[in-house]
Every structure is written in C-alpha cells, then in structure tokens.
Design a protein around this ligand. Structure first.
Ligand SMILES: [Zn+2]
Length: 60
C-alpha cells in the first residue's frame, strides 16, 4: 500500500492520485515521508511545497 500525502478536505493527493480519506473521527494518519511505502511523488511535492500541479477536469 502506497501512502499519499493529501491536504485536509481534499480527495486528491499531492501527486494528483485520487485517494480515500483515512480520517476517522478526529483522528487521521499523518503523512510520513520517511516511510518506505510513501509515494515518492508526494514526498517530492510535500518537500518542495509545489502546489502548481495541473488540475484536469476539476471544478471548484
Ligand atoms: Zn502520491
């Protein structure tokens, strides 16, 4: 299982992968970039803080 980084109230990971929220009640798993199963793309984006990913088909 790959762990993706995602922002709160978002259904898409930093790498634009659609992910299911793992929030249970007020508890949620925090993204740990050092995990071997961490998504490398999410790690890179989380490290750089790059939010310039292209949103295709997204509607606000
Ligand atoms: Zn990812």
């Amino acid at each position: 299982m790959i762990q993706h980084a995602m922002e709160a109230d978002d259904d898409v990971a930093l790498c634009a992968e659609p992910v299911r929220s793992v929030i249970v009640g007020d508890w949620h798993v925090s993204f740990v970039a050092t995990l071997a199963c961490a998504c490398p793309e999410c790690v890179r984006l989380a490290a750089t803080g790059d939010k310039s990913r292209v949103l295709d088909g997204g509607s606000a």
